[in-house]
Design a protein around this ligand. Structure first.
Ligand SMILES: *Cc1c(COP(=O)(O)O)cnc(C)c1O
Length: 481
């Protein structure tokens, strides 16, 4: 027998199970304390702001001297706390503890998920989750899909599938043969614009349809949009709808858009990264009415469904469509088998190695069931309605629109200020509040000026805290009079 080379002691130590056990127990205690403290919403800033260069300097000079606990302590106290009830910023939700624990398992197992052999359990879980979604959407049995790394990548993948199905051209071999155009809402997420440009369609390949006063796509303009594009020599291949939009959480009229797509043989993609989560709420399910007619739907579990990022699904009404996108040989990965095997996922995803993200969601369903999704969505939507009412009743606040989801946009107003001045003041108010660290809220651009934007993400957020936030905005605004 040939002798193994001596195993370096540093590796022996770094992989030691007993050390993992010790550090792990300490870590869970530390995180449980963090969670309790964050939920109380009083002890620490929700956003401990540091100027970027200061932050870089801090971490450049940081030495933990092998002290993992200290590293985690400093990481926690220098990061945004999404479990803090005063976090009302971007759409990320506070992850459920079971899901965060499942993430640890995902990372330790490190199953790759590109080929079935490398991620058996995760692949099957993924299949179950996609089926759960397609059933919730009311899609036929032919539906299918997969999980992928983010809503942005899911949207790009959907656009690639649309192009592969609806054009006779062999884009894979020949590149774009015709000037293809996708019709999107004016309030589409910026990643849709990126996706179409990545596909080589250029500025000409994106036709933006204006929105109505509730920021929903003006479906009455679709037919005219198509004629205009075709008159100019373009070839429409897809329409992208929002369920709901990123800025305001507005849901497009899917029935009407689906009618238009059916009549013109166009691919309907629903960007439900944020809002398709209402498929778990009987109360709000109506917002997705028509989604069963979509060719593809994007949903981020890491937005409204309490899952750590990145955990996105792309669901196709006709599973076959998802196999054409990357119909390319990779002989070292795939033995020559049937075209449409559901279990070798990298045939259909851009990723090769892929995070075993399904366990993060599957763990939630296994421990809490879909009831927890329903409770969360309905609680936050109700809270958003209440917050909107509080804003409406406030003399110096203006509500942008009645919220359809858990996103509430508003601004501080003074009678004799114009839009441009108000935009500037609200930007400064937000900056000051965020730098102070007590609340984290963001801003968005609506009707050409800046508005404050909140996403109510946390079941621990109370109307008292929201009322304090309004007071704080009011007081900060007074300084700029
Ligand atoms: C957040 C969001 C995206 C982007 O998804 P990521 O998971 O952040 O890549 C796309 N579309 C909409 C409507 C979103 O809200």
């Amino acid at each position: 027998m040939m002798k193994s080379p001596p195993r370096p002691p540093i590796l022996e130590h770094a992989y030691a199970p007993q050390e993992f056990r010790r550090l792990g127990h300490e870590l869970i205690d530390q995180l449980a304390e963090y969670l309790a403290e964050a939920q109380s919403g009083v002890l620490r800033p929700t956003l401990p702001w540091k100027e970027p260069d200061k932050c870089l300097e801090y971490w450049s000079q940081f030495r933990a001297h092998g002290n993992f606990k200290e590293l985690i302590r400093q990481t926690l106290s220098n990061s945004v706390s999404v479990h803090d009830p005063r976090y009302v910023g971007h759409q990320i939700n506070p992850p459920l503890p079971v899901s965060a624990l499942a993430s640890l398992v995902v990372d330790l197992l490190n199953n790759g998920m590109g080929v079935y052999e490398m991620g058996m359990a995760g692949t099957a879980m993924e299949h179950v989750l996609v089926r759960t979604l397609s059933e919730r959407f009311g899609m036929p049995k032919t539906a299918g899909g997969f999980m992928t790394s983010g809503g942005s990548l899911a949207n790009l993948t959907a656009m690639l599938a649309a192009r592969a199905r609806l054009t006779d051209d062999d884009v894979w071999q020949q590149g774009n043969q015709r000037p293809l155009v996708a019709i999107v809402s004016e309030s589409a997420h910026y990643c849709v614009d990126r996706a179409l440009r990545i596909m080589g369609l250029g500025t000409r390949g994106i036709h933006r349809v204006p929105v109505n006063d509730r920021y929903q796509m003006r479906t009455d303009l679709l037919a005219e949009a198509r004629s205009t594009i075709e008159r100019q020599g373009g070839h429409v291949f897809a329409v992208v709808a929002n369920s709901g939009s990123t800025s305001t959480g507005s849901y497009d009229n899917l029935e009407s858009i689906a009618d238009f797509c059916a009549m013109n043989n166009l691919w309907l993609h629903v960007d439900g990264a944020h809002g398709a989560a209402v498929c778990f709420s009987p109360k709000h399910r109506h917002l997705l009415s028509g989604i069963q007619r979509a060719d593809s739907v994007t949903l981020d579990f890491h937005k409204l469904l309490m899952t750590p990022a990145i955990t996105s699904a792309l669901v196709f009404r006709n599973d076959q469509d998802s196999y054409r996108t990357f119909a390319q040989q990779a002989d070292y990965l795939f033995a020559a088998t049937q075209e449409t095997e559901w279990y070798n996922l990298a045939r259909r995803t851009f990723e090769c190695t892929k995070h075993m993200m399904s366990l993060k969601v599957f763990s939630i369903l296994a421990c809490h069931g879909t009831d927890v999704f329903q409770a969360h969505v309905e609680y936050l939507f109700e809270l958003a309605k209440t917050f909107a009412e509080m804003i409406r009743c406030h003399d110096r606040m203006e509500l942008a629109i009645d919220p359809q989801a858990n996103i509430v946009c508003f601004r501080y107003v003074l009678a004799d200020w114009n839009d441009e001045q108000l935009g500037r003041i609200n930007t400064r108010i937000r900056e000051q509040i965020v730098r102070a660290g007590d609340y984290y809220l963001v801003q968005t651009s609506l009707r050409g000026s800046a508005w404050l934007r909140t996403t109510l993400s946390n079941p621990w957020t109370t109307t008292e805290q929201l009322s304090t936030l309004l007071d704080l905005i009011d007081r900060t605004g007074q300084q700029f009079r």
